[in-house]
Design a protein around this ligand. Structure first.
Ligand code: AP5
Ligand code: MG
Ligand code: ZN
Length: 213
């Protein structure tokens, strides 16, 4: 099954991806996580991407499409995958369509996690993430079993550098101007399903499972 999670920054894509990995045994492909790993490793690509990410702007399409091309070619994607945070522009969506066509596969479903802007700032500023496995928690809404420690791998949770109230404003702006048009793009292709992302984490999970079966 090839799935894409769609939604604003902080809508819950990463949180729900973890549940889908467990249920369907397919990998999560988060371009944000891949870029953060490149920054940590100090690669040229990471250094270049960092400038955009720190300002809450989108990284250029050519960089992102290159990342996805390499990642989808890996053997763990053969049974399917969960796209998280990609595509984010129409050119990225068109490149993905072409790439998947070449691979003889297609997107089975896009899940849109609908969360209004006014809830986003609180979600993002209260978030803590695992630097090792990428899991997301929230100090108030989705706290880990042990404070400051990742439920999945036991690593120490940290705050993302771009999770500030100021950066959220430009991330939301990038979302509305560059990413939101993808909603119509995938609705036209009859693969779009919407979920109320304001519900509790576990209720959102159940709603997604109902759609995917
Ligand atoms: P990326 O890492 O993708 O960040 P994002 O899109 O801003 O999304 P987030 O990771 O912030 O949100 P999420 O939806 O995963 O939410 P989460 O589950 O963590 O990208 C970072 C940057 O990289 C971009 O700004 C850009 O520069 C660059 N980039 C990445 N991909 C790119 C691309 N394709 N093209 C160009 N540039 C790209 O949840 C958020 C918080 O809410 C957590 O604390 C969580 O615990 C909590 N929460 C989750 N669900 C609920 C719920 N139901 N109720 C209450 N709280 C909840
Ligand atoms: Mg995420
Ligand atoms: Zn972890």
């Amino acid at each position: 099954m090839n799935i894409m999670l769609f939604g604003a920054p902080g809508a819950g894509k990463g949180t729900q991806a973890k549940f889908l990995i467990e249920k369907y045994g397919i990998p999560q492909i988060s371009t944000g996580d891949i870029l953060r790993a490149a920054i940590k490793a100090g690669t040229n690509m990471g250094l270049e991407a960092k400038r955009f990410m720190d300002e809450g702007k989108l990284v250029p399409d050519s960089t992102i499409i290159g990342i996805i091309k390499d990642r989808l070619a890996e053997s763990d994607c053969k049974e399917g995958f969960i796209l998280d945070g990609f595509p984010r522009t129409i050119p990225q969506a068109e490149a993905l369509e072409l790439l998947m066509k070449e691979m003889g596969i297609s997107l089975d479903r896009v899940i849109s996690l609908n969360v209004p802007d006014e809830l986003i700032v609180g979600r993002i500023t209260g978030r803590r993430v695992c630097p090792k496995c990428g899991a997301s928690f929230h100090m108030e809404f989705n706290s880990p079993k042990v404070e400051g420690i990742c439920d999945y791998c036991g690593d120490k949770l940290v705050q993302r550098k771009d999770d500030t109230a100021e950066t959220v404003v430009s991330r939301l702006d990038a979302y509305h101007t560059q990413t939101a048009p993808l909603f119509d793009f995938y609705t036209e292709r009859n693969v779009m399903s919407e979920v109320d992302g304001t519900k509790d984490v576990s209720d959102v999970k159940e709603d997604i499972f109902k759609i995917l079966g």
